[in-house]
Design a protein around this ligand. Structure first.
Ligand code: GMT
Length: 379
């Protein structure tokens, strides 16, 4: 039997993305008997109830008149040191490099001075490499951090390639794909929002994201305006963020606002995704695309821009389609094809559900556990 570990996890507490992957990973590890200590600046969204073996440590940043910018990285570093010492952490796993990886390395050095070794795992998630991280304001620190963590993982082959392309990294990077608990995505008609969202039996097209410019939601609105001319349909948008107003304005401008439903942020989407006929993603960078995987697990075909790690998750012509970034006319054409052809739709739906099984938590979790045991030389 493998040893149970005391694991620190540094994460963003936010909706979707790396925060949710890190929270779900921690919860699954806790279920297997490991003790998990989450460290963040606020309660992670999915950590909203008592879970055995799970602890939450909040990073506090005392205000001081001199600080126009709060020194979060310093406060985080101190929190890691304190948690590691008091909870006797066996290892620390940080999700998203900025600023978690450099804070962790600093904490590791402080702890070394105190005679404690803290092995570090860093998981690269996406924009920490492809967008923000490679900016010269952050690059030297990210570069150093990647080379000095004990183990670095990336959530797709594409992200691993991007890391080698944009940084001077000599370290081996292991790919461990993102995951979901496939068993949660069991449709129940009771939950279905179909009557509410599509009262006249329209087709439902769905998108979930944080509404950042990188998601290119205006392309989805433009495509929807074309689709709606040929297929009676409604667009359901889940999430919120900086582009929301732009997207609302564009929907009005194109005369489709009445058929676009903004549901806002939802903690989880497993009780709603299966009501969709189609899931769309138009991102200009996407290292993996957990939301697409969730749709696939719900048996919903996906049409996505051909970008980053998405082609590693969903297969063109099998589980849906891929289109060139920005080409909303192709997105519209592929959507119409799928929505008008029930046989094609059923085939893609089946294939999507089956493929999602490859990314089930029960397959991926042992890969992280084995990585920890390798690091601690427990195997
Ligand atoms: O950049 C974001 O939109 C959020 C980001 C994150 O780290 O929170 O998401 C990235 O990580 C997710 C989890 O690994 C991936 O599923 C997303 O594809 C990735 N986003 C991008 O690459 C844009």
């Amino acid at each position: 039997m493998n040893a149970s570990l005391n694991i620190g996890i540094v994460l963003y507490p936010t909706f979707g993305g790396s925060g949710v992957v890190a929270t779900e990973l921690g919860m699954a590890l806790a279920k297997k008997g490991h003790q998990v200590h989450f460290i963040s600046y606020s309660q992670p969204v999915r950590l909203d109830r008592f879970v055995q073996n799970v602890f939450y440590h909040e990073v506090n940043i005392p205000a001081y008149p001199l600080f126009e910018y709060h020194p979060y990285e310093t406060a985080l570093t101190s929190k890691i040191v304190n948690v590691a010492l008091h909870e006797k952490l066996d290892l620390l796993h940080v999700h998203y490099a900025i600023p978690h990886a450099s804070a962790a390395i600093m904490a590791k050095n402080i702890l070394a001075d105190k005679g404690m070794s803290l092995p570090l795992v860093c998981t690269l998630h996406g924009t920490d490499i492809t967008l923000v991280g490679k900016d010269s304001s952050y690059k030297p620190v990210i570069n150093y951090s990647i080379n000095h963590c004990d183990i670095v993982t990336a959530v797709s082959d594409s992200l691993k390639r991007d890391t080698y392309k944009h940084f001077e990294v000599s370290k081996a990077i292991r790919v461990i794909y993102n995951f979901i608990d496939v068993a949660l995505y069991r449709p129940s008609q009771q939950d279905c929002i179909r009557k509410f969202a599509a009262p006249n039996d329209e087709k439902i097209i769905m998108h979930v994201s944080n509404f950042r410019p990188v998601k290119r939601i205006p392309d989805i609105i433009r495509a929807f305006a074309i689709i709606r001319e040929q297929v009676s349909s409604r667009l359901v948008l889940i999430g919120d963020g900086p582009d929301r107003q732009t997207v609302e304005d564009l929907a009005s401008e194109l005369g489709v606002a009445d058929d676009v439903l903004f549901l806002g942020k939802l903690k989880s989407t497993e009780n709603i995704l299966h009501c969709a006929d189609l899931f769309v993603l138009a991102s200009e960078a996407e290292s993996f695309g957990v939301s697409a995987l969730e749709a696939m697990a719900s048996g919903v075909p996906v049409i996505s821009s051909d970008v980053g790690g998405v082609p590693e998750v969903q297969k063109h012509g099998e589980t849906g389609f891929l289109f060139p970034i920005g080409d909303f006319e192709t997105l519209a054409r592929q959507s119409i094809l799928l929505l008008k052809d029930p046989l094609l739709h059923a085939r893609c739906s089946r294939a999507a559900k089956e493929r999602a099984g490859l990314f089930d938590i029960h397959t991926i979790l042992p890969q992280y556990e084995n990585l920890y045991y390798d690091l601690l030389k427990l195997r």
